[in-house]
Design a protein around this ligand. Structure first.
Ligand code: F0G
Length: 463
């Protein structure tokens, strides 16, 4: 039987015009931005693949739900509707909204980490790690080795390596571990999922030592979709059921609602641990606001409750992840080096192999992201040595194995023709890769430097 095309399970009701720029305009813009795509103005960008965070197109149901927003300072109806959606979809007993994900990470790190304790994670994420370290915690990487090999086709590159966890416990003892921070569809590994089998194994191991799992469940639905597609026993199981099954294996989660949850702003902390929830409610008032709004407006809570319901619709999540796969297929057919298999939210170009003539200290991924913008006005993001930051003790760069450019696909925003434009630009750059010169960093903020660091072209420095 022929396979039939499956189109997006929605139609477009409102449009936002895109501005196309000339090469000269883009040259001026990227220079002004210090060759950092984070510092570009969005009006100078044609197709914006900087992030899938907060860039979602909301549905008519979400926009109309916003009209019901109860803006009461305390005890708003909107909060209780959101809490009910969270209980139904994630299944945790307590929920504390925050203005975005990192605020939930802040609360969690401050409450759950004693200085000097380790926090094992399946690879780091920038904000999560920053909050762990600010609380005096020590990040410990426990992801499987396959995650660091862009050419490995292993389907579960987000898996935790239990042997690495065991090694840590043997060395420092379980009391020196605050909790396990487990992330579905690991962002920095290329949006790679873990399997349910691995999660069950990790949970059983953690149980033996009384260690809680606190998920960074930011992209848990995308992970649930991969489990549905790839893991034995899950074919045809609704994504909503798989998500609940995953969450049951943890004590709680932090979430950036700007991703899976289909809203432009928001986040939350959820947990079954009464003492943790109580402490978080104390602390959230200091940083975010009352625990029934956590830095969000009542209308934001409404959009989030509706977004949670839409994110677990099987047709939606299939269309979302398959669009990312479509871009990945076009690039891989042309031989463009990228992380395989393609992840849930983005295609990650392998800048080390794309620009083999550049040393890592010449910032290959930063260079490639700037070159892509110059070529076509497509904005991508560096995920390599700049994002990894410095070792606070030695002052030297962290040198991550992966030196990647992330082409992140916003949810329900672009069509596959936009994906074609992106693919053609990447392919053309790859054909002329030896003409691309490296960069030198000329300004560097102390933390999360990738957001605001500035660069100059190496060639410009030499002459
Ligand atoms: N955890 C993960 C896995 C994330 O990807 C992000 C944000 C956060 C936590 C923090 O959430 O932005 O709401 O405070 N990632 C964005 C990105 C910035 O582009 O990947 P936030």
């Amino acid at each position: 039987m022929r396979t039939r095309t499956v189109a997006e399970p929605y139609k477009i009701k409102m449009v936002e015009p895109l501005r196309m720029t000339t090469r000269e305009e883009r040259e001026r813009a990227i220079r002004e931005a210090g060759f950092n795509t984070f510092l570009l103005r969005s009006e100078d960008v044609y197709i914006d693949l900087l992030t899938d965070s907060g860039t979602t197109a909301m549905s008519d149901a979400q926009w109309s739900a916003m009209m019901r927003g109860d803006e009461a300072y305390a005890g708003a109806r909107s909060f209780y509707r959101l809490e009910a959606a969270q209980k139904e979809i994630y299944g945790f007993k307590h929920m504390i909204p925050t203005h975005q994900g990192r605020a939930a990470e802040h609360l969690t790190s401050q409450i759950r980490i004693k200085p000097g304790q380790y926090v094992p994670m399946n690879m780091y994420f920038t904000t999560t790690r920053a909050h762990v370290e600010r609380a005096g915690g020590i990040f410990y990487d426990c992801i499987v080795d396959e995650a660091k090999d862009p050419w490995s086709d292993f389907p579960w590159k987000g898996n935790v390596d239990v042997a690495k966890l065991q090694k840590l416990v043997d060395q420092v003892g379980p009391e020196s571990i605050a909790y396990l921070s487990i992330s579905p569809c690991v962002n920095m590994a290329g949006g790679q999922p873990f399997s349910m089998a691995n999660l069950r194994e990790v949970a059983a191991w953690a149980d033996r030592y009384g260690l809680p799992i606190i998920f960074d469940a930011t992209r848990a639905v995308e992970n649930a979709y991969f489990i549905q597609q790839r893991e034995e026993g899950y074919a045809g199981v609704p994504v909503a059921r798989i998500l609940r099954e995953m969450m049951r294996l943890g004590e709680g989660c932090t979430v950036s609602s700007k991703k899976d949850n289909l809203v432009n702003i928001g986040g939350f902390l959820a947990t079954n641990n009464d003492a943790f929830a109580l402490k978080a409610k104390e602390l959230v008032v200091v940083f975010e606001g009352m625990p029934t709004y956590g830095g969000l407006a009542g209308r934001d809570l409404e959009a989030l409750a509706q977004g949670m319901r839409e994110m677990v619709e099987d047709a939606y999540i299939a269309s979302r992840v398959e669009q990312v796969a479509y871009l990945g297929r076009r690039l891989s057919e042309a031989g463009v080096p990228m992380v395989r298999p393609v992840g849930g939210h983005a295609v990650f170009l392998d800048a080390k192999r794309f620009l083999p003539h550049l040393a890592q200290d010449q910032f290959p991924a930063q260079t490639l992201a700037a070159a892509l913008y110059l070529d076509s006005g497509v904005r991508a993001m560096e995920r390599g040595i700049v994002s990894a930051g410095r070792n606070h003790k030695t002052g030297d760069h962290h040198r991550p194995e992966l030196e990647l450019v992330r082409l992140t696909i916003p949810r329900r925003v672009y069509t596959n023709l936009h994906m074609d434009v992106v693919a053609e630009s990447c392919i053309e750059l790859f054909e002329h890769r030896e003409t691309i010169k490296g960069l030198r960093m000329v300004y560097e903020p102390e933390s999360l430097r990738f957001f605001q660091a500035r660069f100059e072209e190496l060639e410009a420095v030499a002459c």
